[in-house]
Write a protein that binds this ligand. Structure first.
Ligand code: PAF
Length: 291
């Protein structure tokens, strides 16, 4: 595995892989690797791609009151895990490498970036879209792998790839969960033991919503069932619960527990492992949101 920090070095390493006949799979990350990240690397490897992983805590996707400074960072551990996942190139740029002095071009993804996470975190998807576009331009990958846990991010990335003709195949991968059901996230390290207990209401609530959907429930009933479980956990505050077309009809929610904001979602018309849907199809414009 090559660890590279500069754009020129990165291009050279990727060119070598291409010359050796490999297709390139990019896994963009902000580091603090967990099983979810490793699953993306494995998926790329299993598809036969030479795997390029970027590790960059992207400042432009954090709001002024968010956790940029304390976001978990452990480059050495991440490099070991990437090596174990048979990554070919680990790209760890500096902020100056990605955003050199005078940088003044941004990718603004439009309506999809203004709802749900976009409403709660103004500017977030502009930062994500800008950095991903830059990474795509630097690596020129055949495929890029993203976790479905950030379903709206997948949808936004698909939109910019389509709109700008970026020519990258976007591969969404299933959410990886701990045994207790909590979706893996680098931010889970912020949770105390009791926060974590309360946070488990989030996957339980989505499961309750999914159950109503499978029983033929309408969108407002699905949202109500989800809310009922979340409201029963007094330590949680609900940011939103919504059904939206995010890379497929999706029940999504965001909550706060202690000082931590958590998001999670379930696809409504297929299970993570295959089709499950007995419920009614939810069309692209069926959005039921409660804040
Ligand atoms: O999902 C993430 O970790 C980030 O949003 C991404 C895609 C690496 C862009 O910074």
């Amino acid at each position: 595995m090559k660890v590279v920090r500069g754009a020129a070095e990165l291009r050279e390493a990727v060119a070598e892989l291409r010359e050796a006949g490999h297709a390139i799979g990019l896994v963009p990350t902000m580091g603090a690797f967990h099983e979810g990240h490793l699953a993306l690397m494995r998926a790329a490897h299993q598809a036969g791609d030479a795997v390029v992983v970027s590790l960059f805590v992207n400042p432009t996707q954090f709001g002024p009151d968010e956790d940029l400074e304390r976001y978990p960072r452990d480059e050495e551990r991440d490099a070991e895990l990437a090596l174990g996942a048979e990554v070919s190139v680990l790209f760890i740029p500096t902020v100056e490498e990605i955003y050199p002095t005078g940088f003044d071009t941004h990718v603004d993804p439009g309506r999809l970036a203004t709802i749900l996470e976009g409403a709660a975190r103004p500017g977030h998807f502009r930062g994500v879209a800008t950095v991903c576009t830059k990474l795509f331009a630097l690596v020129l990958p055949d495929r890029a792998y993203f976790g479905r846990k950030d379903a709206q991010q997948v949808a936004v990335i698909r939109q910019i790839v389509r709109d700008l003709g970026l020519g990258v195949e976007i591969v969404p991968c299933p959410t990886v969960r701990d045994e207790d059901g909590l979706a893996l996230s680098s931010r889970n390290v912020y949770l105390s033991a009791s926060d974590r207990g309360a946070a488990l209401a989030l996957p339980r609530a989505l499961e309750a919503g999914l159950h109503v959907h499978r029983g033929g429930g309408m969108p407002d009933e699905i949202v109500a069932a989800t809310r009922q479980v979340l409201d029963a956990e007094s330590r949680l505050s609900v940011d939103y619960i919504a059904i939206a077309d995010l890379d497929g009809p999706t029940l999504a929610a965001a909550v706060r527990v202690g000082g931590t904001r958590l998001i999670d979602n379930v696809l409504l018309n297929e299970g993570e492992g295959g089709p499950v849907g007995a419920g009614p199809p939810i069309g692209p414009s069926a959005g039921v949101g409660t804040r």
